[in-house]
Design a protein around this ligand. Structure first.
Ligand code: ZN
Length: 407
């Protein structure tokens, strides 16, 4: 069983505003995911930290924020200390003042307390080396997620290290919010996902830089009752074959979060969706039996391969390289993800150096930078020495020949 992995897109309001004012078409933002090496707050001297007074219906309040983009009419895209991005329209901005020195670094626990204040009552914190997990379910489940994500973190960094792509450390904790059950999750996720809420078990939100999910040991998709204690029984369900799709979704979303926080992509930069989804589907193959490292990286993604072969049509690779449209229609999105996996898998396995060079090119793109099909075609062809149309046949032959292992 495979749950639908649908990534969350920034609101059309933000896209429309910046398209009109900045002249930037928005964007290949996909899974709601973040960071330029970056949208740095304290760590990047080129980003100004300001105190901004903002008017709202509740009165005037003061924010400390990094200004990422300033529109010609004075509108701002800012990053707040809780890692979320916020759009400020000119009439809201009362006063701006540059602060001397960087924002005070906030400890993970202090940041956690700030986030707990925004969540419904009953949440607690679990802090690992790189993650800040806010949960209102069994602590054992939060610990299981923390261990899973830390293993992915190590595996992800090691993998790219060996490929001569040294990623940066995330500047701040990677935030994960886990609800105890689907109902409580849906009440919050509804705001981001709308009608897709029922089909999505977890997602990365590019605007607030968080993963939001719920305790999958109680998932109705597993036909199991929620674990009644914090013992292993509930968690063991997640090592079962029926759970592989659910765990794959968690890993998929965590991969997006890593890619946007470790210098691979920047939030709100025009990262082609085929690339970001290709990376996420490349890493989503879970390998829960491996205690050390992440040996599942690079194994054939069987559901994606089957889907790609079953739904192949000529021209399908060019269509995802030139534009993100194929990912935006619910009925076609699953096919687009499968194509993204096939193209990425082929390029990583057969042209890794060129793929890494392409990733670095895309990683330099700034938030709200312009993008066009012609530019995307040019960058692809420059990197791989071949057009997406011409690469289609080799990709198809390669994917047909791949062997899959039933796991
Ligand atoms: Zn995704």
């Amino acid at each position: 069983m495979r749950s639908l992995t649908l990534c969350f897109l920034p609101s059309p309001r933000i896209a429309a505003y910046f398209a009109a004012v900045v002249g930037a078409a928005l964007l290949s933002v996909l899974c709601i995911d973040p960071d330029r090496t970056g949208i740095a707050l304290a760590a990047d001297a080129s980003v100004e930290i300001e105190r901004i007074e903002v008017r709202s219906e509740a009165g005037v309040r003061s924010l400390e924020a990094a200004v990422l983009v300033e529109a010609v009419d004075g509108g701002l895209l800012v990053e707040l200390p809780d890692e979320s991005l916020k759009l400020l329209q000119p009439p809201e901005i009362v006063l701006r003042a540059t602060l001397n020195g960087p924002l005070e670094g906030e400890s993970p626990r202090a940041l956690g307390r700030r986030i707990l204040g925004e969540l419904p009552p009953g949440f607690d914190l679990h802090i690992t080396k790189h993650y800040l997990i806010c949960f209102d379910t069994q602590r054992a489940y939060a610990q299981w997620c923390g261990a899973l994500f830390e293993r992915l973190y190590e595996g992800f960094r090691n993998y790219w290290d060996k490929a001569d792509f040294a990623l940066t450390e995330p500047r701040r904790p990677l935030i994960v919010v886990i609800f105890s059950d689907r109902q409580r999750y849906a009440a919050l996720a509804q705001n981001d996902l709308g009608a897709a809420t029922d089909r999505v078990v977890g997602y990365y939100n590019l605007m607030n830089n968080r993963i939001t999910t719920f305790d999958l040991t109680g998932s109705d998709m597993l036909k199991q009752k929620p674990a009644s204690s914090a013992g292993r029984a509930g968690l063991d369900i997640l090592a079962s074959p029926e759970a592989s799709g659910l765990v794959a979704t968690l890993v998929h979303e965590a991969t997006h979060q890593l890619a946007f926080n470790c210098g691979m992509h920047q939030r709100l930069a025009p990262v082609p969706l085929w690339l970001s989804e290709g990376i996420a589907t490349y890493f989503e193959t879970p390998d829960l039996g491996s205690e050390r490292g992440w040996r599942g990286i690079g194994i054939v993604n069987k559901p994606r391969r089957e889907r790609f072969l079953a739904r192949y049509r000529p021209g399908s690779l060019e269509s995802i390289v030139l534009a993100d449209e194929p990912f935006r229609h619910a009925e076609d999105a699953i096919d687009a993800y499968a194509r993204a996996w096939a193209l990425t898998y082929f390029l990583v396995q057969t042209r890794k150096a060129a793929f890494v060079s392409y990733l670095k090119t895309i990683g330099k793109k700034q938030p709200l930078e312009d993008d066009s099909p012609a530019q995307r075609l040019h960058e692809f062809t420059q990197a791989f020495g071949v057009t997406p149309a011409a690469i289609e046949e080799p990709v198809m032959k390669f994917v047909v020949r791949l062997r899959t292992k039933d796991r």
